[in-house]
Design a protein around this ligand. Structure first.
Ligand code: FAD
Ligand code: DHB
Length: 393
């Protein structure tokens, strides 16, 4: 058995774990980071694409925003489309803030590059990861790495291991409460090296289902359609995808659609999920390990990194100033914001999708909500305020 000591052991090397290790390193706090996958796999995972201003600020503070500022696209607004009618939410005019289009793959690459340059201690391809002694002042994480058993002892464990990780379930079942809603459809997404169909994102609710026109750059588009959960990406050759996507966005938008061979095609299920509490003893949960939002509204990555900003501040206050109040308040502080973001993502998902179980009444409710957004600046501002990111308390 090999052993190692550190201040904070971080389980998971996705965006949450990486940003935490960077923010703590900047404050002189020692961390070890474990992941069951390797760097190339993590960097290649195609996921989020839209960053809130607060997320960009956190990446700036971490010292990893140079390429983001060079290559990211600032967006002042986005569009909602409903049965052919379009409504632009001018987020800049309504909130004074913007969002930035920059892929999660790129955020991860930038963070990895800096962590590796600064000689961060990583263990990749680990298995049998088990956090234990969580209530003691020296909690441990056990795992296997390259046919050897390891134990890391530390002051704190950060569970940043995503929805399918082990950290959440290390909290005793009599303490852990979970809340969940699973949606009866998925999102089929493609990436294609063609300019985006529109300069801003368009979220569309059409009688045939939801569609989203997004992008990664001025030459790379990311498009989604709502699909059946039983579908397989192979059921969706590119021709079928583009035909459906164009119909749902409507003829005005479809006219400018440039099609080409997709180089990524996958189906993501939609889920709302929250685990409480987000701290147990000296284990903290952060990011997808504790909560999932449906992707409508682009909140998942931003919410994960907001947790990390709050957690990093709390740990820095402990190590630098000897103040534990922020650590003690972590779960409560973070969950208050998490629930607000859950509410927004849920509400926007309800508005923008075709639900098989919806009666004509619910369809009229969707239409009325869209009409209200179109006619009320106050209603649009509420959407904009959530889209650009709620403040950290
Ligand atoms: P993850 O990225 O899941 O990272 C967890 C890490 O832990 C992984 O590297 C994993 O390998 C590792 N791990 C798991 N189990 C273990 C274990 N037992 N031991 C060690 N390591 C382990 N969010 C947005 O904000 N905007 C968007 O536009 C957006 N679009 C999305 C589109 C799609 C199709 C999907 C699927 C998600 C989208 N999201 C979006 C959500 C966003 O991708 C996630 O919220 C984000 O990845 C969360 O980061 P994380 O680091 O908390 O978790
Ligand atoms: C993307 C994903 C989202 O969920 C969203 O709301 C906006 C953009 C994307 O992958 O580009």
């Amino acid at each position: 058995m090999k052993t190692l000591k550190t201040q904070v052991c971080i389980i998971g090397s996705g965006p949450s774990g990486l940003l935490l290790s960077q923010l703590l390193a900047n404050a002189g706090i020692d961390t070890v980071v474990l992941d069951r996958k390797d760097r190339a796999y993590i960097e290649g995972r195609i996921r989020a694409g839209v960053l809130e201003q607060g997320t960009v600020k956190a990446l700036e503070e971490a010292g990893v925003a140079e390429r983001l500022h060079r290559e990211g696209l600032a967006h002042d607004g986005f569009e909602l489309a409903f049965d052919g009618d379009r409504h632009r939410i001018d987020i800049k005019a309504l909130t004074g803030k913007t969002v930035t289009v920059y892929g999660q793959t790129e955020v991860t690459k930038d963070l990895f590059e800096k962590r590796i340059a600064e000689a961060q201690r990583f263990f990749f391809n680990v298995s049998e990861v088990a956090p234990y002694d969580l209530k003691s002042d020296q909690p441990c994480v056990r795992f296997r790495h390259e046919n050897e058993d390891w134990t890391i002892s530390c002051d704190y464990i950060a569970g940043c291991d995503g929805f399918h990780g082990v950290s959440r379930n290390a909290i005793p079942s009599e303490v852990l409460r979970t809340f969940e809603r699973v949606y009866p459809f998925g999102w089929l997404g493609i990436l294609v090296d063609k300019p985006p169909v529109s300069p801003e994102l368009i979220y569309a609710n059409h009688e045939r289902g939801f569609a989203l026109a997004s992008m990664r750059s001025e030459t790379r588009s990311r498009y989604y359609v709502q699909c059946d959960l039983r579908d397989d990406p192979a059921d969706w050759p590119d021709e079928r995808f583009y035909e459906e996507f164009a119909r749902r966005l409507g003829p005005d938008v479809a006219r400018t659609l440039e099609t080409g061979p997709s180089f990524e095609k996958s189906i993501a299920p939609l889920r709302s999920f929250v685990a409480e509490p987000m701290r147990y003893g000296n284990l903290f949960l952060a990011g997808d390990a504790a909560h999932i939002v449906p992707p409508t509204g682009a909140k998942g990555l931003n919410l994960a990194l907001a947790d990390i900003r709050i957690l990093a501040r709390a740990l820095i206050a402990h190590y630098r100033d000897g103040i534990d109040a922020h650590i003690d308040a972590y779960s409560e502080t973070v969950l208050r914001r998490v629930w607000k973001v859950e509410r927004f993502s849920w509400q926007l998902s309800l508005l923008m999708h075709q639900f098989p179980e919806n009666s004509p009444f619910e369809k009229r409710m969707q239409r009325a909500e869209f009409d209200h957004l179109q006619s009320s600046e106050t209603a649009s501002r509420a959407v904009a305020e959530n889209y650009v990111g709620l403040p950290l308390e």
